[in-house]
Design a protein around this ligand. Sequence first.
Ligand code: ZN
Length: 252
Amino acid sequence: MNPFTIRLAFHGDLPFFLGSKVSTVERQLSERTSVKDVIEACGVPHTEIDLILVNGQPVDFAVILTQDVEVDVYPPNEIRSPFFPEDRLQVCDIEKFVADGHVGKLVRDLRLLGIDVAYDPLVEDQQLVRIATSENRALLTRDRRLLMHAIVRHGYYLRSQDPLEQTLEVLRRFDLGSALAPFTRCLRCNAPLEPAEKANVIGQLEPLTKIYYEQFRRCSGCGQVYWSGSHFEKLQKRIETIRSHLTGDSAE
Ligand SMILES: [Zn+2]
């Protein structure tokens, strides 16, 4: 097979993955290669890609390249992308997630907002990939090799190392702003919270809590009891901070 040249243009924020200030890459190939493999060889996981054009025509990940072509690659939510609604590669109705073991603060934020996030700080990579696939959860990670596993269908590479920025990134990427339900999910184990009668949780309460509080929620998974005590104000503040940054976006 004669060598051929693939010219790739990465749009939106995808040049972030290229590790330099350029947004175009040229690859010389001498064997048939899927467009997905060519793109991932540039460092961009397939979970970050919503639209691929080969010589201006939309294609899916499996299309095989055999000759000189121009490839345009677009991320989700890229307002300047051409409009090919039938050819999008990411689905937009993801509501369940699994996070890798290094983003505990992000997980806490998302659970606080009521979002379903599986998390185990000790989980092995292979198991993480398996949970994402078998439970149809989007994988949240700062390890792009994990996102390049062929069986991972949905995921997101966290750009920031700051938990607040990461939370905002996930809310924007998966358009979760209208789906938030604060204080409905256990921060420890992710199970939904249920209203609980005081009489049924009184054995788990500190003396002053018994006196001052009447309304309680209990985790349906681990049994943790929640009430609007001093920790509640801190959590409420965190939610307000997140919400104000999110609405700040739309005002721009
Ligand atoms: Zn729990």
